[in-house]
Write a protein that binds this ligand. Structure first.
Ligand SMILES: [Zn+2]
Length: 500
């Protein structure tokens, strides 16, 4: 009996439990479907939102990031955790990582963790192919060096092959060191222009003219005719090569010939690059021949009214500094070269205070002996403090400016490059911050001027084209470039042995 009652109870209980379980199951299923419905709604809404955001994002070719973005712009000099958006080779946006991410989507992004992003450096005066003479004639006075070594070596060895191999080697060195624009004066300008087009850098390329025989030329007439032809007819497909005139100096080019250059450069609206007021021997020669000083001499020929880029200016008078400022002449400071040839120290702080446009340059590799702009930056910051007994002259900000924005303005490229600003060409470099010599970091400009090495440059971009990424040069085959340079060097070594 007890068993029956118990059994009935169990049956009743089981039936009740089944009903409860059924109800629970139904509830769970309702909940499950409700959840699915909600999820679907959420996904659908999210997709719609994402779609709307994606539509809002502006497509660009490249976004480059930087732990610090040193723009060199006056109003917004350094952005922490920033980025730059690039389309068709032009900077279209500059801001924080978040701002750029919210507005732009790129085909390619370059990471900026532990890197400074800044404008590429402007080398305002060099003779790039001379890298093949690197280390051949050191420790000599300027005029002895020039007349007894450089001019004879050039006459014997410089040809098209030399220029091609030398300029490729120079481009490789500049890309590795973060130089994106340079002003060059050397022979076989058409060959030089071909190399610049292929290596991807930007240059004002001067076709040289001089009163006596030089590589490829018998004297002034043919060298000047070639320069006119180069400036008139050399067309740059990329727009990165700007043809220019390059008469050597007032002591190697006559009054008549300098006047010819001045006139035609004005007609063709082409820049002129020239050496000026470099050495005391030059001052003595100009005084002897023309009874004046070098800058006043070329001013009297109308040269300053051109888009003029003058290298050195080590010995200007106060009156001449006034003329350089008045005519907005670009003066290129070459501290290493001036020290090596014992030309002296250019009064750059004084020129800057008088409003002269100053840029920075390495000069050719025989008087330097490399194309490392970071050495010029550091030296420009140090040397004037020493000679003026004043640690406040040439502060780091001013020196960085003459290597970038100020340098671009000095050579007439200020409308295109020199700072990271919307509308400018995307000539950008990244400097690695992970080295012990860059640690710790309190002031980013201080590190760029006083601590950085050229080997810290890991990215080089010109016109939005990546020429070096993560320390690997992409526009040149490094092994082939070095091999060709060594082949020319071996030929020179054999010839020099024969000469003896
Ligand atoms: Zn020079």
């Amino acid at each position: 009996m007890l068993k029956t009652v118990i059994f009935k109870d169990i049956v009743a209980q089981t039936t009740k439990n089944k009903v409860i379980l059924m109800k629970i199951k139904i509830r769970i299923e309702i909940l499950y479907f409700a959840k699915l419905l909600i999820s679907a709604l959420v996904i659908s809404l999210s997709a719609q939102t994402l779609g709307a955001t994606a539509q809002k994002l502006n497509p660009v070719d490249l976004i480059v990031h930087g732990r610090y973005v040193v723009t060199m712009a006056q109003d917004n000099p350094v952005i922490e955790n920033g980025a730059v958006a690039v389309r068709n080779g032009i900077i279209v946006a500059v801001g924080t990582d978040r701002e750029i991410a919210a507005g732009f989507s790129a085909k390619r992004e370059i990471d900026g963790k532990d890197r400074i992003l800044l404008p590429g450096l402007i080398n305002g005066h060099t003779h790039t192919a001379m890298v093949l003479f690197r280390g051949m004639a050191d420790d000599l006075a300027l005029m002895e060096w020039l007349q007894n070594y450089i001019f004879p070596m050039e006459a014997q060895f410089v040809d098209v092959e030399f220029i091609e191999a030398g300029m490729n080697l120079a481009c490789l060195e500049m890309i590795r060191g973060g130089t994106t624009s340079f002003v060059d004066m050397y022979f076989y300008a058409n060959t030089g222009a071909d190399v610049i087009e292929s290596c991807g850098l930007r240059a004002i390329l001067g076709s040289p003219s001089i009163d006596f025989p030089s590589p490829g030329f018998e004297g002034w007439d043919d060298s000047f005719a070639a320069a006119v032809d180069f400036v008139k007819n050399r067309k740059s497909i990329s727009g990165r090569v700007i043809p220019a005139f390059a008469p050597h100096a007032p002591y190697t080019v006559s009054v008549e010939h300098l006047t010819q250059v001045s006139k035609i450069a004005k007609e063709l609206d082409a820049p002129i690059s020239i050496h000026l007021s470099e050495d005391r021997v030059e001052l003595a020669l100009v005084l002897d021949r023309y009874n004046t000083t070098p800058i006043k001499h070329v001013a009297s020929l109308g040269l300053l009214e051109n888009n003029l880029i003058v290298a050195h200016v080590v010995h200007p008078t106060d009156e001449e500094i006034g003329l350089l400022a008045k005519y907005k002449v670009g003066v290129i400071h070459n501290p290493t070269s001036n020290l090596k040839t014992a030309a002296g120290v250019s009064p750059v702080p004084k020129m800057l205070s008088q409003g002269v446009r100053v840029g920075l340059g390495t000069d050719g590799a025989v008087s330097n002996n490399d194309l490392n702009m970071w050495e010029e930056i550091r030296l420009a910051a140090l040397i004037h403090k020493g000679v003026n007994y004043d640690a406040t002259v040439m502060p780091a900000e001013i020196v960085m400016n003459i290597a970038t924005k100020g340098g671009a303005e000095a050579v007439g490229l200020g409308h295109l490059v020199g700072d990271i600003a919307i509308g400018k060409r995307a000539d950008l470099i990244q400097v690695d911050l992970s080295g012990p010599h860059m640690t710790p970091l309190y002031n980013v400009i201080s590190h760029l001027v006083y601590a950085v090495s050229s080997s810290d440059v890991v990215t080089t971009i010109v016109d939005g084209n990546i020429l070096m990424a993560d320390g690997k040069v992409l526009s040149l085959d490094e092994e082939i470039v070095r091999q060709k340079a060594n082949e020319i060097a071996a030929r020179i070594t054999r010839a020099l042995k024969k000469n003896k």
